[in-house]
Design a protein around this ligand. Structure first.
Ligand code: HEC
Ligand code: HEC
Length: 419
């Protein structure tokens, strides 16, 4: 029975967007959960703290964006290892799967930059993903799912939402003996009663499903950029933006669309600008990463090592990260606000990103392997990649674009922000 409820919820989740500007009950519940800082151990961090709509659902933290781009968790001094990517448009990623190609496999889908929220548990990658941050010691840091559920049920708005979506019985008491330690991120909490544990698990799944429904809604994925209006014949792009689009698309120019594809690939009806595959494009180390100046992020390779089915392919995938959406790249609260790009936020400018794709393999290596983007641009060099052996050398790195073509491409990328 539990399964059939979950199944019904998920079928509804992806049946199609609701009318623009209107959220269904479950999407509304997911939205209020997404913005509730009380669901972190110290009551100071919500999902939106790291995924702010004003920044294209990525991080608004200016001091972090300017440096290591990793956001401090609810517990002071605790950090993860990656920049918060956009959580918008992520709901279109399929459940992690593979496609065979000659002697290897191509991994497709999942959420997180290494695909480890596979979607195999709840049938949706972002639903699986949504259970991570609440319990991640470097993020919202609650010590047990029972704590998340108890905090959700103790907020009248959330519990009313829960009852209206899943019925009155969906909300229940969790004994204080269990929740008493929820304010301690390092508490060891066990729920011995099997029936109660199953109810908590079910409620925690529903919390994730509600968030995934919100993340799948047309409010989060409005497809309202100038690019979309142009595709619909309702707006025009400037001559420069149109030239940039051609650079983006042409195989013998930018070749960006080889990975940031212009065609829908699954349940989406418009371009998300990703094919949900993974690649190591050779991003340098970010010396301001809280894990250490020399930290290198093994990405998909590290996750595949933990999976018996895919472990054999792990070595080839070291350093690969999921191709991200390019929507809302330039979305920020104001022209002075800093954004960070790539998994480790090494790049602070789209100009730098495009110059890197164009010249990664033609400019000399910087003497300092930890040179920042600004230093590399000033010295006309690029630092060594984090993982040289697995780096993609076929589709990028020496594009032979002119300065004008680089500028045109940047202008095009800026048309992808939602209104
Ligand atoms: C402290 C900052 C922080 C908080 C709080 C946070 N996230 Fe994230 N989020 C991140 C980071 C960092 C990543 C990338 C992590 C990785 O790939 O290992 C991420 C990844 C994601 C992704 C995957 C995007 C993709 O392209 O695969 C989604 C979706 C997401 N978060 C949603 C949420 C939701 C929902 C919550 C609240 C339950 C939340 N986040 C809370 C930092 C945060
Ligand atoms: C071989 C596949 C591939 C090609 C070709 C490609 N990209 Fe990417 N792109 C990626 C991957 C993978 C990432 C994430 C890499 C990382 O974080 O280490 C990425 C990241 C980005 C980002 C950062 C997005 C963010 O939110 O941080 C931008 C911008 C970008 N690409 C633009 C482009 C442009 C412009 C082109 C064409 C000049 C291009 N890409 C060509 C695979 C590709």
């Amino acid at each position: 029975m539990l399964y059939s409820i979950r199944f019904a919820a998920l079928v509804a989740a992806f049946a199609g967007p609701s009318a623009a500007g209107e959220l269904s009950l479950v999407e509304e519940l997911g939205k209020s959960l997404f913005f509730d800082a009380n669901l972190s151990v110290n009551g100071d961090q919500s999902c939106a703290s790291c995924h702010d709509p004003a920044f294209g659902f990525s991080s608004p933290a200016q001091s972090a964006n300017a440096l290591g781009a990793v956001v401090e968790g609810s517990v002071p001094g605790r950090f993860g290892n990656r920049k918060p990517p956009s959580s918008a448009y992520a709901a279109f990623s399929p459940v992690l799967h593979h496609v065979s190609d000659g002697d290897g496999v191509t991994l497709v889908g999942g959420a997180f930059l290494d695909g480890r929220a596979t979607g195999k548990k709840l049938g949706s990658a972002v639903a699986d993903q949504a259970q991570g941050p609440f319990l991640n010691p470097a993020e919202m840091a609650l010590p047990h799912a029972a704590c998340v559920v108890a905090r959700v049920f103790s907020a009248p708005g959330h519990s009313a939402g829960f009852s209206s979506v899943w019925g009155q019985d969906a909300v229940f008491e969790i004994p204080a003996a269990i929740t008493g330690a929820c304010g301690d991120p390092d508490a060891r909490i066990a729920v011995d009663d099997d029936v109660l544990r199953a109810r908590i698990d079910e409620a925690f799944d529903r919390i994730a499903i509600a968030i995934a429904r919100y993340e799948s809604s047309s409010e989060v994925n409005p497809f309202s950029s100038r690019f979309d209006a142009w595709m619909d014949g309702q707006d025009t792009l400037s001559d420069q933006e149109l030239r940039g689009f051609e650079v983006f698309e042409a195989e013998d120019k930018g070749n960006c669309a080889a990975c940031h594809v212009l065609t829908p690939t699954g349940r989406e009806t418009r371009a998300i600008f990703t094919d949900w595959t993974f690649d190591n494009i050779g991003v340098p180390r970010n010396r301001a990463n809280p894990q250490g100046a020399d930290y290198a992020d093994p990405g998909l390779g590290a996750f595949l090592k933990t999976d018996p089915v895919y472990a054999a392919y792990a070595d080839d995938a070291v350093g690969a990260q999921q191709v991200p959406t390019l929507r809302n790249l330039n979305k920020r609260s104001g022209p002075e606000a800093v954004k960070a790009f790539m998994h480790n936020g090494y790049f602070k400018t789209l100009e730098g990103v495009v110059h890197f794709y164009n010249t990664r393999d033609t400019l000399p290596r910087c003497a300092d392997p930890l040179a920042s983007e600004a230093e590399a641009l000033a010295a006309n060099c690029w630092p060594a990649p984090q993982f040289e052996a697995t780096m993609n050398r076929d589709e990028l790195g020496n594009l032979k674009l002119t300065d004008q073509e680089e500028a045109d491409l940047v202008a095009f990328l800026k048309t992808l922000d939602d209104a």
